[in-house]
Design a protein around this ligand. Sequence first.
Ligand SMILES: C[S@@+](CC[C@H](N)C(=O)[O-])C[C@H]1O[C@@H](n2cnc3c(N)ncnc32)[C@H](O)[C@@H]1O
Length: 339
Amino acid sequence: MGFSFAFDDEDIENEDKGNQKQQNSTEQVINPLDKTHDQGIEASSLNLKEILETLLDVPLTFSEAFSKIYKRELFDVKHQLMLEDDNIYNENLEDTLMGNDDLKKYIYEGGLKTWECSVDLIIHLQSLSGEFFEVSQIIELGSGTSLPSCFLFKECLTQSRPMRFVLSDYNKSVLRLVTVPNLVINWFTSLDLESKQELKKSFKINADIDAELQITRELIDKFFEDLDKKSIEVQILSGSWGRDFLNYIDVSRKSLTLTSETIYSPDIVPTISEILIELSKSGKCVVAAKDIYFGVGGTVLGFLEYLNGRINNDKLGLKYELKRIATGGLNRSLITITN
Ligand SMILES: C[S@@+](CC[C@H](N)C(=O)[O-])C[C@H]1O[C@@H](n2cnc3c(N)ncnc32)[C@H](O)[C@@H]1O
């Protein structure tokens, strides 16, 4: 007696549908961090000293942004861009950076300007009464002007607390023009009067000490000498978030990860969420964001939906706490993720 499986055409069609389903579900499980970003910028680790060397003799004009945290003035950045020739850090972005665009998808992601929620993050950090000293690494994702990191950098400097700072931005030019200068400015403003006066002797500009400094050889040397003495390290990362970006970070350290105004686009929510899920294995992550990004489409609700989906579907042992901020014009939130 012959034997056959009782397949008919409908079964075969169903099997095809099943395969299709399986294929679709395979596609769905590719982590956004592992997708190739055709239009993004490859992640790379930059050398802080080399960045500072490219700024030799550049004067920096700054002002107080919030609560004794200083930042380089935007007009000063634009002035520098007008004066200088191309270099590898400027990514041929002069026209974009000189314009008034807040964002240019896949080209410039808004880091030159200080966004409101970074101040919410500083206020939150101030309320933690030094809890951040319990970690050995502070990571800021999408630093831009990096004011939250500058606040913690200053705390570590003035209280001589060893720390590793990981500052990152999509654009190398942003890291060179504002992230790194702001670190130097906040270091300089934390010095005692005598040290400031001593450094001022190396300036070739007639600097008003409260609002201007100049990157000189002496200043660079003193900056690194001070960081060394206080065991403060700074790592600078550029490029798109993805697995390669994550591979540059020492996840074995107990860390505090900060990010402000980085969930503004629905396209990027899966990627930033996955980065935060990974980094939450090393410690707490704090996200500061507007509830709705009008015109761009990102929302806190969308971000939490993605996070809840991952927590519930994949049984992640993550928790998060949502704090609403309703002062000022737009509603904003702080989301603290813990493992
Ligand atoms: C709107 S800016 C916010 C800057 C700063 N955190 C603040 O609050 O002032 C968004 C930041 O997210 C970063 N960013 C956006 N998309 C990114 C991506 N795909 N990969 C890496 N960084 C990205 C950019 O570096 C940019 O500095």
